[in-house]
Ligand binder design. Structure first.
Ligand SMILES: [Zn+2]
Length: 458
């Protein structure tokens, strides 16, 4: 099909004024020309959503598209990631998707980046007018949101955001029959972090718990999967789609569960844990990607006002969707002025249990955090290995024990900041001043920001 025929309908929209257009919309051929030759769009992810996004953007007239993905194609992707064929298994998702769209829509110039999004430099991101993401990882979406926010430049005197530094983010996400799409204008609309509590906490388990203090059936399964498999089957790649591999993990997990008196390790649960199953429904991806591509077209042309700012889709029982405005959080860790997160835990709990609490906390969700006292002294490092080894013994110690030891070593007021808060941080030897509070800073390699956390020892 020739370009004139292929883009005739989009051109019709872009060349005619209408009652639904944005106030800034100016009808004319310049709109189509801008979208085809100047507007640069970055697509993050070439999976289920990413394939749909790339196709929708190319057929909406965007012709300068870059796509980033670090994954290779697996045979289980083929039922919905329709830009891939059986002979592509093992190849880069970004490269195969880009080549497919270039072949099908010749005017569309798609550039592939087989890369980790966190490793690309700021100048790479600054090239783009729009970023649209189809990621399934909450961590990656948090990182991207915070990173685009960090690119904002402000006027030195007025503090106002330079409009040229704003890169809008259109974010799509799906899980089974549920989906959501949103428009984030960094600095103006609610960001991803503002509404983190929309997502149920991810189930991930600190390695220390898995290795040393299993309490849940999932801990036993992860132990067999993450620790035993590489130890015993060294060199052999674990394949979650191979029934013999899953059975092996199940049997080892069951033995470990018996050893620790833990119930309910089943083959079915094992399959779920090792595959980290997020059910994928092709039609949900198609709906959400279409909404996202539509928002890109509106942002690039002012054809219509953008979504304000969050749309949810539910195809579980009938088809339901609803669009509403999420509010910014004044204390958002990314776009607001963060306040310390307060947690409460029994004083006799171990540091491992605090790590579990931090991983499960709706606001923190730090999977492999490193903890420092707010004064800067090390408490626990998840990485690098040398620091982890030095601090890993702390994981088994009780919090009250760590708290006392820190006071013994440092005196009651090791720095001005703690001295100013001494009444709250209180000498633990004084039973009247309770509960004691551990003031910590929590950093996680998956997350772009350090959070201050106050842990009340109850
Ligand atoms: Zn925010």
């Amino acid at each position: 099909m020739g370009d004139a025929a292929r883009f005739a309908d989009v051109e019709l929209l872009l060349r005619r004024a209408g009652p639904l257009a944005h106030a800034a919309f100016e009808a004319g051929p310049e709109n189509g020309a801008f979208i085809a030759s100047q507007c640069r769009v970055l697509v993050i992810g070439a999976g289920g959503l990413g394939c749909e996004l790339l196709k929708d953007l190319a057929l909406s007239g965007f012709a300068r598209i870059d796509i980033v993905d670090m994954d290779v194609i697996d045979v289980s992707n083929l039922n919905r990631q329709f830009l891939f064929r059986a002979h592509d298994v093992g190849r880069s998702k970004a490269e195969v998707a880009a080549a497919f769209v270039r072949a099908r829509v010749p005017r569309c110039n798609v550039t592939a980046h087989n890369a980790d999004i966190t490793q690309l430099p700021a100048d790479f991101y600054r090239q783009f007018n729009l970023v649209v993401s189809g990621l399934d990882s909450i961590d990656a979406r948090r990182w991207l949101n915070a990173f685009l926010f960090s690119l904002l430049e402000r006027d030195a005197t007025s503090g106002e955001i330079d409009p040229a530094s704003i890169i809008p983010l259109v974010d799509g996400g799906t899980e089974g029959f549920l989906g959501q799409a949103r428009v984030i204008i960094p600095g103006f609309l609610a960001c991803f972090e503002c509404t983190l509590d929309l997502f149920p906490p991810q189930r991930n388990f600190p390695l220390c718990t898995i290795a040393n203090t299993p309490r849940l059936p999932e801990h036993c399964i992860e132990y067999a999967h993450v620790v035993l498999w590489p130890d015993v089957r060294h060199g052999e790649r674990f394949d979650a789609d191979d029934p013999a591999h899953v059975q092996w993990v199940f049997e080892r997990a069951l033995a470990r569960a018996t050893q620790y008196g833990i119930q309910n390790v089943t083959l079915r649960l094992t399959q779920g844990v090792v595959k980290n199953v997020i059910p994928a429904v092709a039609s949900t991806n198609a709906v959400i990607a279409a909404v996202c591509a539509h928002e890109c077209l509106k942002l690039a042309s002012y054809l219509a006002p953008s979504m304000n700012n969050y749309m949810m889709y539910n195809g579980e029982a009938g088809v339901y969707s609803y669009t509403y405005q999420n509010q910014r959080r004044p204390d958002c860790a990314v776009c607001g002025v963060p306040v310390p997160r307060r947690l409460g835990i029994s004083a006799g709990s171990t540091l491992n249990e605090l790590l579990d609490l931090i991983a499960a906390d709706a606001e923190l969700r730090a999977r492999s955090p490193s903890l420092r006292w707010i004064s800067g002294h090390a408490l626990y490092y998840s990485a690098p290995p040398a620091l982890h080894v030095q601090t890993s013994a702390n994981a088994e110690r009780s919090l009250i024990d760590l708290f006392r030891a820190w006071h013994m070593q440092n005196g009651l007021a090791p720095d001005a900041r703690d001295a100013a808060n001494e009444s709250e941080n209180g000498p633990v030897v004084d039973a009247q001043r309770s509960p004691p509070v551990m003031k910590l800073s929590v950093a996680d390699p998956h997350l772009p920001h350090v959070r201050e956390v106050h842990v009340e020892l109850l």
